[in-house]
Design a binder for this molecule. Structure first.
Ligand code: MD6
Ligand code: FE
Length: 207
């Protein structure tokens, strides 16, 4: 595996997935979305998010008026589909962990979508890292420190890029400021997919 770059404690592999691997992953994600359709989430404060969302795995991350949390089923009631094998292989290869992730959160960004600065802290154990895979259009990722007021820096995430947020960076603030819509031809209608793999650790998963 190529040596990663380091950015604010994140490990970063630009272009880790080649065009064929990206296309194969999109095909696997079409099956995920067919089983568990993308939906438009709402924050606990009642604000609609601009990204559409679904999950694969034992647990899915959801948000609605009842709060941010992990659930065993899609809002429609269907079980989340399994995490694609190629995604699990990346997780194990890059993290070196035997433990499988519980959740693969799938975020879809259409034209104009973004994600506010946040920490990922709905999991039970922050000693496990979060692995992020970007597909499709380029997106401006902003990353700071563990304090909301820490200075931030920005980088353009491109299709096939992979980031690992662990150690001191596990609780770093981060977000997506904007997209260069249609900067990639991976998705015929344009847009961006981001996958984040998480260990939720509320109970052991099979690995
Ligand atoms: C995104 N990523 O790239 C949003 N979270 O669309 C995240 O929120 C993220 O890249 C945890 C770890 C890595 C990430
Ligand atoms: Fe995040």
């Amino acid at each position: 595996m190529a040596e990663p770059m380091e950015i604010r404690g994140f490990r970063y592999w630009p272009g880790l997935l080649d065009a064929a691997a990206q296309a194969a992953l999109v095909a696997e994600l079409r099956a995920v979305v067919a089983a568990a359709p993308l939906y438009a989430p709402v924050t606990p404060g009642g604000r609609p998010m601009s990204v559409r969302m679904t999950s694969a795995g034992r647990l899915g991350w959801v948000t609605d008026r009842r709060g941010y949390r992990y659930e065993a089923a899609h809002p429609s009631g269907v079980a989340w589909p399994p995490i694609p094998a190629s995604v699990l292989a990346l997780w194990h290869g890059l993290t070196g962990l035997d433990r499988a992730p519980d959740c693969c959160l799938v975020n879809f960004y259409g034209e104009g979508a973004k994600m506010g600065l946040h920490q990922d802290r709905d999991e039970g154990d922050f000693t496990f890292p979060v692995l992020s895979i970007s597909l499709g259009d380029e997106a401006l990722f902003r990353v700071g420190g563990t304090d909301r007021r820490d200075p931030t820096e920005s980088l353009w995430l491109r299709s096939g890029d992979v980031l690992l947020m662990g150690g001191a960076a596990r609780l770093a603030w981060h977000g997506i400021d904007r997209l260069r819509f249609r900067s990639s031809r991976l998705l015929p209608g344009g847009g961006r997919i981001n996958l984040t793999l998480r260990v939720v650790a509320t109970s052991p998963s099979s690995s």
